[in-house]
Ligand binder design. Structure first.
Ligand code: GCB
Length: 672
């Protein structure tokens, strides 16, 4: 049976819709060099009434400082909260970034066989890029990488000077993803002339800027452009199926080595398409499901070709985790074992840097996730940085990878232009994250107006397209619509529902949560017979605000809401509920409004990552769930998996040394 599933999977993979080009994460190798351009860039916001002065005066033609004043701007970071200027904080329109770099001679001399690529990890929202005044690329969308081959421009430039200019526009319209709209306020008695505001229907601040690393990297002129890997296993054989896309020449040879962590080669292959078999594979397991979670192999791809009569080589190494994902009517299976999502929803958000990538914050967050006993998160409400996703792969944190499809609330957001762009975004997201073992499901949207009729065709199309590109992963979107009127739900594999009982509805009435939550689950399950994830629930709590009996916004109330929800989850997870993701991991910034006190306070951690009382409630719960599901004792006594401690059996107190035949569990010695 397992073998059969594995083969089906491989067959399905063969039918995946090809994407044409790759977006491999830039990595150094014996054939590739990399130069990070992070640090201080020159910056100017175009405050001209039409925001078009930069284009009219062609600011990209000369160094930016020559066309007017510039300020220092760090990259990566959002520009909004780095100065004391409120008009820059709320700025909507074009901003200009510039960086001058000198390229090493070696990149310029070997012109025939060195390709130079400029890559931007993400820039919000629309980017136009020039190098030495020459337009090299444009990109729409704020959360995914883009790149341009700039070889010809830099190799012709005197002294290897490379002046990179990026014009960035953060305006959101009904056709962008996420959508928004610009409202012009024309009442002269209330607003100055030309006054406009950016409106959005999502609940986080529209931070903008170059949010992720910008790098220059080289490849040989014949190069590995893309690698697609899918995995399966049956019995004691793991299968890594690969497809390599080569650009620059049609005549080349490819050899592949699959290495274990310690470097030992476990399988080898040749040619652009093939299958590697691994005997006794070390499977990729989620955190807390195995003593060695997140196991990665390394697929080293070596390309050889003749360039100008000489042998040229390109080498790229891709981390690979061997695992399978399946969905039944009641369960989510990873490697054939039931997986229960006990995790969080996050945001890329922090003081000062906004949505800019910050290594210290990333490491702190992963430490908190592990402390919490969280095995998963959803990238609410847009794709997160590749650097974050790398750690998910390495630590075994399971990811529901969400597109920026948030705030799709009006009929005009469902038109052809929006749909066409949404399809492109799904392509870009899958192109970037398809090889990640941590990604177990795609989420195409959050809380769209799926009760509107056009949602049926829209989500049918987006989901079918997503599945066509990646037939190996289930697809969902997150709904807060009424189960009986949701036109998108028929197309998803897993039902993801958000609800805020006793918060946005029946505010203050904790006593209604259990009944309403039970009803919610029953209705969705009876209608669709698909497993359900509670993809959001929670309550705002201002850290340090106390009231007992619990009142809204106090830490006690947040705890009480969680406990009411948990009692229902505990019944339903024996049936078809397959996960619970708290809203939210940490407090985060939003637009200003009467319901927001310096942002959304539903975090179980503050924005500075200090725990509120609710964090301890969740921590106890998540570790208990992990312990229970790892337990093989007949009496259901479970292992104490407290972080940093050796797992011990709570019944007999011993540390088990053997894993049972089911790979994720240790057999309790006293069970024998
Ligand atoms: C939701 C949204 C999320 C909000 C949250 C809230 O349903 O999906 O983006 O932040 O509720 O706190 O209102």
């Amino acid at each position: 049976m397992a073998l059969c599933c594995a083969l089906c999977l491989l067959l399905l993979c063969c039918q995946a819709l090809a994407l044409g080009r790759g977006m491999l994460y830039p990595r150094e190798s014996t054939s590739r060099e990399l130069k990070e351009l992070n640090g201080i860039w020159s910056f100017r916001a175009d405050f001209s009434p039409q925001r078009d002065k930069g284009f009219v005066h062609q600011w990209y033609r000369k160094p930016l400082r020559q066309s007017g004043p510039v300020i220092d701007m760090p990259v990566p970071a959002s520009f909004n909260e780095l100065t004391q200027d409120p008009s820059l904080r709320r700025f909507t329109g074009w901003v200009w970034y510039e960086k001058e770099v000198l390229l090493p001679r070696s990149w310029l001399l070997n012109a025939l066989n060195t390709r130079v690529v400029l890559r931007v990890g993400s820039a919000h929202y629309y980017s136009i890029v020039w190098v030495n005044g020459v337009n090299v690329t444009e990109h729409e969308g704020g959360h995914l990488p883009f790149e341009a081959d700039i070889t010809r421009i830099v190799q012709g430039s005197p002294g290897g000077l490379c002046r990179i200019t990026i014009a960035l526009n953060n305006t959101l319209t009904p056709q962008t993803l996420p959508p928004g709209s610009i409202q012009f306020k024309r009442d002269k008695s209330k607003y100055p002339s030309g006054y406009f505001v950016q409106k959005t229907k999502f609940d986080f601040f529209n931070y903008a800027g170059i949010h992720r690393p910008v790098v220059l990297y080289t490849t040989p002129s014949v190069y590995i452009d893309d690698i697609t890997v899918t995995t399966a296993w049956a019995g004691n054989i793991g299968v890594v199926r690969y497809e390599v896309l080569v650009m620059g020449n049609t005549r080349y040879s490819l050899s592949l080595n699959l290495r274990e962590k310690e470097g030992k080669v476990v399988a080898t292959g040749e040619g652009p398409i093939g299958e590697l078999k691994v005997v006794e594979p070390k499977l990729w397991w989620p955190y807390l499901m195995h003593e060695n979670p997140g196991y990665l192999y390394y697929l080293e791809v070596k390309l050889s070709a003749q360039v100008g009569g000489e042998l040229s080589e390109d080498v790229y190494t891709l981390p690979v985790g061997i695992r399978t994902v399946h969905v039944t009517s009641r369960r989510f299976l990873i490697n054939g074992e039931p997986f229960y999502f006990h995790g969080v929803n996050k945001h890329e958000d922090a003081d000062i840097r906004g949505k800019g990538l910050d290594w210290a914050l990333i490491v702190k967050d992963f430490n908190l996730l592990q402390w919490l006993g969280a095995n998963s998160f959803r990238t609410s409400h847009y794709p997160y940085a590749e650097e974050i996703m790398d750690l998910c792969d390495a630590y075994g944190i399971v990811v529901i990878d969400e597109s920026p499809g948030v705030g799709i609330k009006y009929p005009e957001n469902f038109g052809n232009k929006s749909l066409a762009h949404h399809l492109v975004v799904m392509e870009e997201l899958i192109r970037r994250d398809k090889n990640r073992p941590s990604v177990v499901m795609w989420s195409v949207a959050n809380e769209p107006a799926s009760e509107l009729l056009p949602a049926a065709y829209y989500f049918k199309t987006v989901i079918a397209h997503t599945k066509a590109i990646d037939p190996t992963r289930p697809v969902t979107f997150v709904s807060n619509a009424n189960y009986a009127h949701d036109h998108g739900a028929p197309y998803v594999d897993v039902i993801c529902v958000n609800s805020y009982f006793s918060w946005y509805f029946d505010a203050g009435h904790l006593e209604v949560i259990q009944l309403q939550l039970n009803t919610q689950f029953k209705n969705w399950y009876k209608t669709y017979k698909k497993p359900i994830i509670q993809s959001e629930y929670g309550a705002d709590a201002i850290a340090g605000l106390h009231n007992d009996p619990p009142l809204m916004f106090s830490e006690e109330y947040q705890k009480a809401v969680l406990k009411e929800y948990h009692s229902v989850f505990d019944k339903k997870r024996k049936e078809y509920v397959i996960g619970e993701l708290i809203w939210n991991f940490a407090d985060f910034m939003t637009d200003q409004g009467t319901g927001r006190v310096l942002g959304n306070k539903k975090g179980i951690f503050t924005r500075q990552r200090q725990p509120k009382a609710a964090a301890f409630v969740l921590r106890d719960r998540y570790w208990k769930i992990a312990n229970e599901s790892n337990c093989l004792c007949p009496t259901l006594t479970y292992y104490n998996l407290t972080p940093c401690l050796e797992p011990t059996c709570l019944k007999c107190g011993t540390t088990p040394t053997v894993w049972s035949s089911t790979p994720r569990r240790k057999a309790c010695p006293s069970a024998a």
